[in-house]
Design a protein around this ligand. Structure first.
Ligand code: AG3
Length: 283
């Protein structure tokens, strides 16, 4: 018992492990296996079907980077749709903007929200904000019924296997396009370029999104507990450019304190390594 480790296999030959202090929760929901562990280095962390979703120690990087770049391009965003994100991290960051009037959050698995409210209170802390409506539904079905409504859609999915798979399809992205208004921005977690399976998902997502949106870019962040520690996000829109249309001064006047995101980093995040550019252009 004194040497209990959690491991995620990144390839059949590579695994990432964290030494555990204890397991706090395990259940099999209708959709997936949900576990919460505690550790000395990363604090508490949540896994779905054995795949790392977030740790208390580094979730700020992911949640800031999936939220603030779009908000700094258009600080007048009022109406937001969040898909997935049952741990509440995206909602926590969004609710810091007074200008946001409404957030629809669509999570397929009600149990993820319940477990995070109990064990991950640092992320699942803003579900009771009056602007937030929670819908426990399939993300694809939800966007199918929506038109010209949102300023921003954030897709905080799992990897493209299990319940997250439909969130990587052309049909889903096409419905997101339709659900966005003319200024609309789509942000998605975009997997990673380093290991083969993640890179395939990255190329696949980029091909689908860039075929639909006139503006389609990929940006990067350092996330220690995801495969290779290097993770990507997609920024797609009908007209706004992620760097040329950045409202840097306006965003700074909001005075939000962030631990990873800042305006200089925003510009650099869209400057990708050559091999990543090549993989994206390849498609
Ligand atoms: N979203 C999942 C990112 C994918 C992680 N992949 C992996 N570990 N193989 C995380 C939800 C955070 N709100």
């Amino acid at each position: 018992m004194d040497d209990l480790w959690y491991s995620e296999y990144y390839t059949p030959d590579v695994r990432f492990s964290i030494k555990l202090t204890r397991q706090l929760h395990y259940e099999k929901s209708d959709y997936q296996a949900i576990s919460v562990f505690d550790s000395a280095e990363f604090g508490r962390f949540l896994t779905l079907d054995g795949i790392m979703m977030l740790t208390e120690r580094d979730e700020f990087i992911y949640h800031e980077m999936i939220t603030h770049p779009a908000m700094a391009v258009n600080p007048h965003i009022k109406n937001v749709l969040v898909i997935g994100a049952g741990d509440g991290g995206v909602v926590r960051e969004l609710t810091r903007y007074k200008s946001i009037e409404h957030i629809d959050m669509v999570e397929i698995d009600e149990r993820v929200v319940a477990v995070c409210k109990e064990y991950m209170p640092k992320t699942a802390c803003k579900f009771d904000d009056p602007r937030v409506s929670l819908h426990f539904r399939d993300g694809l079905k939800f966007v199918r019924c929506t038109q010209n409504k949102y300023d921003l859609i954030i897709v905080d999915s799992t990897d493209p296997s299990g319940p997250g798979e439909v969130l990587f399809t052309k049909e889903f992205y096409g419905n997101c396009y339709k659900a966005l208004n003319d200024n609309g921005i789509l942000i998605n977690q975009h997997e990673s370029s380093f290991y083969k399976e993640d890179a395939k998902a990255m190329q696949y997502a980029h091909k689908r999104i860039s075929g639909l949106f006139p503006q389609s870019f990929v940006y990067q962040a350092h996330i220690p507990t995801y495969p290779s520690g290097y993770w990507l996000f997609g920024f797609a829109s009908k007209k706004l450019h992620p760097v040329n249309d950045l409202s840097a001064e306006e965003w700074k006047t909001l005075g939000l304190s962030t631990h990873y995101y800042n305006i200089n980093l925003h510009k650099g995040a869209f400057a990708l390594p050559t091999y990543v550019e090549e993989m994206l252009n390849d498609e």
